[in-house]
Design a protein around this ligand. Structure first.
Ligand code: SF4
Ligand code: ZN
Length: 732
């Protein structure tokens, strides 16, 4: 049996290599061998080829070299093949296919054919997946909210089956890529016909119409190993082990298989990704050929997702509140347009707020939802807009006043994860919409309460024993209790403002990203949040209470060794152990000497600009050039992977306005360039900090992309405005 498959895979590989060769020859004739090419927004050239061979493809001539490597995989004796000790013959041809597919896609980009468009509907596929998206998804990959990835190849027997398979994957929070077709039909087309919202927001990402497009998710997944794993280009064993052990991907192949599907599948198996088919495929058994995952089959479409999860060994735990609509992070990104909206609250249209309040155990009744106001049902039935106050009272033996804000910040996710319900903002500037569809399914105001009590219990088990939710709908009540809430927000902010590194003896670690970046540890202090921006000191404190053996551990600061740079004995000791020896010592308040490591999901990168005697800051997603001569993606490629890189550091956005930001290097006065996006989003708090530093107009003295994108113009600008960094002691 395995012979049949091997020969199909080898046949497919030969065809792909030949196709790539022909396309490449044509391109070289028309454009010249030194014609350069880059996939959009990546620092990793042709990622799969780069990861496995270390060869950086930069132009058409390089593609020819890479293609000859693929050809060698096809023709040479097995033991000459670079990965022979690791893989069998059919799998070698599979990897050759992936190389060829990567080259084919590059050439299609050169000719303007990618991202592909569906001729019937005009739908534009995603095409190549950028580094930015890889980094954006970083935290979800590690905190368990996104337990796996499915490439769904081909077409389901009918549209409804396609929808139900995809919904099941969505409800299990699995990120879905769609590619390939069967006789002109595809899951993408099936979902489009059914009006399913596609895209990153709903985690259903059609990458292209052909099987060859499966290369996009594959070379996206290999970048996890480069970006987070810190594996070196060329370390093919390391990369393939990494993807097998840490990237929980699998393929669902719907409909008949052809040679191209077999050979692409063989390539994916190299990476540890099994395929589950709905047709009577011969199942590979490891007879002679070394295969660590298998191709499997399941004819029943209502069981195929479960089968895939078992084969790939995904751990999935789903907590769903008892509400009449679907629920899960996959629905978080969904928008509700005005036409689809049944009712809305807040958003400066009506008074509205949300507030978590700590109570004594005997003051509240667990899981009770109270909707106040006699006429709320009539008002709600009318639709349109209405005032809304949500008060969540929590009590628990391990509950602390400080956790109110931590729990409150989750309201956004709690509500947003319901299908057809949308939430934005927080506190007294929140905004909620309920869709017509959700209303039709029977969603009411009470469900807003049920969602919050269920999810607060789920997310904060062991610190929350009781949750009671009260929903106010009368304008008078909302306004009155909003005042109390505002008072409480204010007190909280004051208390938080007084929470400084010197006043606590315990910092926290975050080890979540170790599942992807094994030596990375975020050290989180009251004045320095995690570099992904998602965890601050209080979050970690709460997380430790919830799960004392989890990813956030207390670190006793120990003796202060260096006050200026922020170095402590306790932290060094902890880090040596927790980083597996990769980090010997850490300085919290400098970028110049033993700075914090980065995993890869940083919100921003700080880099020194030696000529300007300062630093620049660029945020993830910024695509322009920066004064250090590198774009964000390129910079990011040099910072991640859990190593210390003096002069470069990944940080959370809000760290910029902390008093401890590069405090040992001179603080915010060192910032000479920062994107407009950062300037605008931090303006208020930054200006306050600048006043404290005695340079109230500092923000205007900092250059941005409109002023310059190179260091020469930067220096001109800095001297013209008299930037303080020019007068400071040398940063080097
Ligand atoms: Fe990863 Fe650090 Fe964020 Fe934790 S705080 S999830 S380790 S980036
Ligand atoms: Zn991370």
């Amino acid at each position: 049996m395995s012979k049949i498959i091997a020969s199909a895979a080898i046949r497919g590989a030969s065809r792909l290599v030949k196709q790539a060769e022909e396309m490449l020859e044509k391109a070289i004739t028309e454009k010249g061998a030194d014609f350069t090419f880059e996939f959009p927004d990546t620092a990793y050239y042709m990622p799969l080829i780069y990861a496995l061979t270390g060869f950086a493809v930069k132009n058409l001539a390089d593609m020819k070299v890479a293609l000859s490597m693929a050809k060698e995989q096809l023709h040479s004796e097995p033991e000459e093949k670079i990965w022979k000790p690791y893989l069998g013959e059919a799998l070698d041809s599979g990897m050759a296919s992936l190389f060829a597919e990567e080259i084919i896609m590059a050439l299609r980009y050169i000719y303007g054919l990618e991202p592909a468009t569906d001729p019937e509907t005009g739908y534009v596929y995603n095409g190549f997946i950028t580094d930015t998206i890889q980094r954006n998804l970083g935290i979800q990959l590690v905190d368990g909210t996104m337990p796996g990835f499915a490439a769904v190849i081909g077409a389901a027997p009918d549209d409804d089956t396609a929808v139900s398979i995809i919904r099941e994957l969505q409800e299990k929070n699995i990120l879905i890529f769609l590619a390939g077709q069967v006789n002109g039909n595809s899951v993408t087309k099936q979902l489009l016909r059914k009006g399913v919202e596609l895209g990153w927001d709903t985690r259903i990402v059609p990458v292209g119409p052909d099987t060859e497009h499966t290369i996009y998710p594959l070379d996206w997944s290999i970048r996890a190993s480069l970006i987070f794993g810190g594996k070196k280009p060329g370390d093919f064993k390391g990369h393939l082990k990494y993807t097998k052990d840490r990237v929980f991907a699998f393929a669902l192949v719907l409909g008949e298989l052809d040679d191209i599907k077999w050979t692409t599948g063989a390539g994916a198996i190299n990476m540890g990704y099994p395929a589950i088919c709905d047709t009577d495929v011969p199942v590979i058994h490891p007879t002679g050929v070394c295969i660590y995952e298998e191709v499997d089959k399941e004819f029943d479409h209502s069981k195929i997702v479960q089968k895939a999860i078992e084969v790939r060994g995904l751990k999935i735990t789903i907590e769903k509140p008892p509400i009449p609509v679907a629920y899960g992070p996959a629905f978080e990104g969904e928008r509700i347009r005005k036409e689809d909206m049944f009712i809305e609250f807040g958003g400066s249209r009506t008074p509205s707020f949300e507030w978590v309040r700590m109570k004594e155990m005997d003051e509240i009744e667990d899981n009770k939802v109270i909707v106040v106001g006699d006429s709320w049902k009539e008002k709600y039935e009318k639709g349109g807009k209405m005032p809304l106050g949500i008060v969540i009272d929590v009590a628990g033996r391990k509950m602390q006043k400080d956790f109110e804000s931590v729990i409150e910040r989750k309201i956004h996710h709690n509500i947003n994860e319901a299908q057809g319900v949308w939430h934005m903002g927080q506190r007294d500037i929140n905004w909620i919409r309920i869709s017509n569809n959700a209303k039709k399914e029977g969603f009411t105001l009470e469900h807003l309460g049920i969602i919050n009590s269920t999810m607060t219990h789920t997310r904060f088990k062991s610190i929350v024993d009781k949750v009671q939710v009260t929903i106010y709908t009368e304008e008078e009540d909302v306004l009155k209790i909003q005042e109390e809430a505002r008072q409480s927000y204010k007190e909280r902010d004051q208390r938080l403002g007084g929470l400084i590194d010197e006043n606590v003896d315990t910092f926290y670690s975050c080890l979540l990203c170790q599942s992807f970046a094994p030596s990375h540890v975020c050290v989180i202090s009251p004045e320095r949040l995690g570099l992904c921006g998602a965890y601050n000191w209080l979050d970690c404190k709460a997380a430790f209470e919830i799960d004392p053996t989890g990813g956030n551990q207390p670190i006793k600061k120990g003796e202060l060794i260096d006050a200026r740079y922020g170095r402590y004995t306790g932290i060094d000791e902890y880090l040596r152990k927790a980083s597996g020896g990769a980090v010997e010592t850490l300085n919290l308040y400098t970028i110049m000497e033993n700075p914090m490591t980065s995993c890869g999901c940083f919100e921003c990168i700080v880099a020194i600009v030696p000529e300007a005697n300062g630093v620049m800051i660029v945020q993830r997603g910024h695509t322009g050039m920066t004064p250090v001569g590198m774009k964000f993606t390129t910079l990011a490629g040099t910072v991640g992977g859990g190593t210390q890189n003096p002069g470069f550091m990944g940080i959370g956005r809000n760290f910029i306005i902390s008093r401890k930001f590069l405090a040992g290097d001179g603080g915010i006065k060192r910032i000479v360039w920062m994107t407009k996006n950062l300037k605008e989003s931090l303006r208020e708090a930054f200006t306050k900090r600048a006043q404290e530093e005695g340079v109230p107009d500092l923000l205007d003295k900092i250059a941005d992309e409109d002023i310059c994108e190179d260091s020469e113009k930067l220096l001109e600008f800095l001297s013209s405005v008299g930037h303080p960094a020019l007068e400071m002691e040398s940063i080097l």
